[in-house]
Every structure is written in structure tokens, then in C-alpha cells.
Design a protein around this ligand. Structure first.
Ligand SMILES: O=C[C@H](O)COP(=O)(O)O
Length: 214
């Protein structure tokens, strides 16, 4: 199971969380990634943790002020990127172009989707992974695996029907090892989470708990 921690725009110390994630990954052998703000990518990558971008734009080098260029993200130390997060949604054509940009830059891709139908649609574009996240559960206290297990199983089925090489992650409300375990039981190969770590008093303890069943 991959545990991918998205720091969104939370008021956190990204290096402190990245350092904790690196240590917990090393101690447990679990795969943990951290996706900070784009400006924090180099500092987070310098800790040695697996570093992801939260977004890349559907652009190449050129006159694209304000964009997040995939090549710049890779130069900053990221090895992967989220695309189409529920809080940064794109049109299908732009998801496709952002994936092209990520692949051009050598970034692993995880395309987010709200439901199994969208999972099937974006799986057809050939990302490395898709992450299903019901928007109404994002930021809440109840894990998607408990609140809506069917959506995870249906997302796995939808992705497999299109391309069984595409890994399926799930997210929203994940904050404990029990949640990670339940997600795995439903067929997910990873979890995408944010507030459970970013808003915790002790992020390292949460990370330790998250990987405890792995
Ligand atoms: O990127 C992470 C997801 O939106 C889940 O966020 P959450 O763990 O705060 O529910």
C-alpha cells in the first residue's frame, strides 16, 4: 500500500512532516509520499522522502505565466504528481495534456476522480494510478472505506475493466492504520490523505499508525 500525504495549502511545516514521513518509511519499510505546495518541493525533496507535486499544468515550455511546468516540478525533486485533484479539477482534455506533460518530465501520475464512472474515464488515459475520492467525505472524520466501501470496490472494478495495470488508490477521511487496512481489503493499492496528518498534533504518530498494518 502506498500512503500519499497531500499537504494541500495547510499551515504546516512541510519539512517537519516530510522528515517524519521519511523516517517512518525507512523504519517500517512502507512506501510513503508527501505532496507539498509547489514552492516547497525542493525543501521536501531534500529530506529524502518520496516527493509528489499536487498538480502540473497542461503546458510545455513557453509563454504560460502562472503555470506549474512538469519539467520544473521534476527539477525541483518530485518523482510523481497528482492530476485533477477534487480541489483542482480539470477538463478531460486538460487531464490528458497534463498527463502528457508529466510523462514527458518522467513523473509518475495519479489522476483523481470523484466516482467510479470518472475512474473508468481517466483510467482510459493510462495513468500509473487513479485515486477515487468522494468530495463530500474529503476533510471529514470518517474514512471513505467505512463510509462508502462500495465506491472503492466499484472504482477498482471500473479501473480493471479498462486497464488492470492502473493502480487504484482511495482517499477522504483516512487517518488511521485501520482505515488503510480497510482500503486494502476493498482492493485499493494506496491511500491519499491530507487532514489526518496535516491537522494532527503529532503527525509522526499518525504516520506510524497509518503504516502499522503494512
Ligand atoms: O488529497 C487528499 C484528499 O483530498 C483527502 O483529504 P482528507 O484526508 O483531508 O480527507
Amino acid at each position: 500500500m502506498f500512503v500519499l500525504v497531500n499537504l494541500k495549502a495547510y499551515d504546516v511545516d512541510p519539512v517537519e512532516i516530510a522528515t517524519a514521513a521519511r523516517d517512518v518509511a525507512e523504519e517500517s519499510g512502507a512506501r510513503i509520499g508527501v505532496a507539498p505546495q509547489a514552492a516547497h518541493l525542493p525543501a521536501v525533496a531534500d529530506t529524502g522522502v518520496e516527493t509528489w507535486a499536487q498538480h502540473v499544468s497542461a503546458v510545455e515550455h513557453g509563454s504560460h505565466t502562472g503555470s506549474t511546468l512538469a519539467e520544473a516540478v521534476a527539477d525541483a525533486g518530485a518523482s510523481g504528481t497528482l492530476i485533477n485533484h477534487s480541489e483542482k479539477r480539470l477538463k478531460l482534455a486538460d487531464i490528458d495534456a497534463a498527463m502528457d506533460a508529466a510523462e514527458r518530465a518522467g513523473l509518475e501520475t495519479c489522476v483523481c476522480a470523484n466516482n467510479p464512472d470518472q475512474v473508468g474515464a481517466v483510467a482510459a488515459l493510462g495513468p500509473d494510478a487513479v485515486a477515487v475520492e468522494p468530495p463530500e467525505l474529503i476533510g471529514g472524520d470518517v474514512s471513505v472505506a467505512s463510509a462508502d466501501p462500495d465506491i472503492v470496490e466499484d472504482a477498482v472494478a471500473a479501473a480493471n475493466a479498462v486497464d488492470d495495470a492502473v493502480a487504484v488508490y482511495c482517499g477522504a477521511g483516512v487517518s488511521t492504520g485501520e482505515d488503510v487496512d480497510a482500503a486494502g481489503d476493498l482492493g485499493a493499492e494506496g491511500v491519499l490523505l491530507a487532514s489526518g496528518v496535516a491537522k494532527a498534533d503529532d503527525p509522526r504518530a499518525v504516520l506510524e499508525d497509518l503504516v502499522s498494518p503494512l
